[in-house]
Design a protein around this ligand. Sequence first.
Ligand code: SF4
Length: 370
Amino acid sequence: MTTAKVNLLDYDRKGLRDLFAQLGEKPYRADQVMKWIYHRHVTDFAQMTDVGKALREKLAAASEIVPPKTLFEKQAADGTYKWLLGMDGSNAIESVFIPETSRGTLCVSSQVGCGLNCQFCSTATQGFNRNLSAAEIIGQVWVAAKHLGNVPHHQRKLTNVVMMGMGEPLLNFDNVVAAMSVMRDDLGFGLANKRVTLSTAGLVPMIDKLSESSDVSLAVSLHAPNDELRTELVPLNKKYPIKELLDACGRYAARRPRTTITFEYTMLKGVNDQPEHARQLVKLMRKVPSKVNLIPFNPFHGTRFERSEESVIRAFQKILLDANVLTMVRRTRGDDIDAACGQLKGQVTDRTRRQAEFRRKLEQGVADAA
Ligand code: SF4
């Protein structure tokens, strides 16, 4: 009987040291191998020249290093880069790298599809298949880092990671926490805590759990300033309404001096972009140390929403700024390759029948309009 090999990308430093201990090896050997994987992008044990031949053979017999397979890659006119990464025979996810003058940000996915059904989100129309493994999450960073020629601590081209791609990261807690640990480990990608951001739709108990186990930056997909509207846009709000969510954010911030929570707010024309919405948002933002990211909606095929006018977004921002709420408008990047915020799709074998329902509604809308 043959035993399946373990993928070393599935382990953070502690996990890898434990694995090496089981093989009768010292912890520093695990550290050496981590450096080969994440600093030099080596996946072949034979190339790990400072690791003894006997250990290399032992590792090759019991383990492998398998990043996700690049099925397709494309660069936008503004330099944004998108990968379609195959996760198994029938599912693929997208990750996006956004280069800016002083930093390079990779947007990483945590699930194949998403089950939370936010109404303005392209991923949501595809349904949900499964959680990604830790290897599949950190593998997205590995693929981008290799492509960019990133060398932690020296040639740092990848400076920030945001868990804002497909999926709700807090519903895949253990794998996401393990992958974020490698992102911040000096033997991994060596990013500072504040440069790794987890974005959640608002799973209150899991925000508290994250608070106990990780020091990453927290972002919350808010998108509406009152419960009635938010429940319509982000159905999870029915379970965890805004007050409970803000209380959890307050607890998260209280454990980390000088931390601010980022609140993402997608600007939907005539839906959540009116001055009274901005004034309601100001009141909410007084409850926690916060900043607001206004995201011009990026339309996708079949959506009923439209992007707010630029002048409306600026007027909304001014109300917040005048009330001393730090507020940025996110520049749309990579929309010519469908890599902009909320546009990631991948290939999802839907297990929720949501794709069929979305198609039915779409066809019905077309028939009604005919
Ligand atoms: S916005 Fe995020 S949590 Fe909501 S459906 Fe899309 S991927 Fe899921």
